[in-house]
Design a protein around this ligand. Structure first.
Ligand code: ZN
Length: 231
């Protein structure tokens, strides 16, 4: 069975790839550039992850998506929301986490990326796409949920001749669970970039950095990326 991961180099996509690689042949990986602030860093880190797994990386540029989105992930004039640990732990009113999710939303991003990846999978005789969708983010982002995975599978049963399916090995896990699984499978987390920004070091205060930091703190392990960067 062959599979193609959607690899942003974020904690989730690297963990999902690492878990899937234990039982599937990984054909190649796709990294998407839709003009996000962290694109350059994600491409660089995903390339290192691909070297680790001995697979080819293809970068797909989606300039048109960059052009039509006002998300603060892409639009440098808008501010990326900063959340505290209390905010992401349920301490914030729902409006704050919802506003944060809205500010980083890119129109139909996962829908676009999955359909492009499905074309690659069909043309290369791959049965699966691997994604890092997870339980923690499904609460905020409906395109991370099991319902969505099932719906995409249903669509792809019509639009691909080989019935490409989405494999989401983290779908029931929260972030600490994901870090545990990643460490168990020796995922190269020192080359995993989660920050919404593309600086030399992760900012530490965006929602993605906060969730990652909380996960490592909760299981009592140092983040290999921060160790590598000398934190
Ligand atoms: Zn950050």
């Amino acid at each position: 069975m062959k599979a193609i991961p959607l690899l942003s180099s974020g904690l989730d996509s690297v963990a999902a790839l690492s878990i899937a690689a234990e039982s599937l042949e990984i054909d190649m990986a796709l990294t998407f550039d839709y003009g996000q602030r962290s694109a350059e860093r994600e491409i660089e880190y995903a390339q290192k992850v691909c070297e680790h797994f001995g697979i080819e990386q293809q970068v797909i540029k989606l300039d048109w998506l960059a052009g039509i989105t006002s998300s603060s992930l892409v639009n440098r004039d808008a501010e990326v929301p900063e959340l505290s640990f209390e905010d992401i732990s349920g301490g914030a009113p729902a409006e704050i986490t919802e506003a944060s999710a809205k500010a980083v939303w890119v129109p139909n991003r996962n829908g676009v990326m999955l359909n492009i990846a499905a074309s690659f999978a069909e043309s290369r005789d791959c049965e699966y796409l691997i994604v890092g969708f997870n339980g923690e983010e499904a609460g905020t982002f409906p395109d991370n949920s099991l319902d969505y995975v099932r719906a995409v599978d249903e669509c792809l049963s019509y639009s691909t001749q080989n019935g490409v399916k989405v494999l989401a090995p983290l779908i029931e896990l929260d972030k600490p669970g994901i870090v545990r699984k990643a460490l168990e499978t020796n995922a190269p987390l020192e080359y995993s970039w989660s920050c919404y920004h593309g600086g030399k070091k992760p900012c530490g205060s965006c929602e993605s950095c906060r969730r990652r930091a909380r996960a490592f703190r909760e299981i009592g392990v140092k983040d290999p990326l921060l160790e590598k960067l000398g934190h």
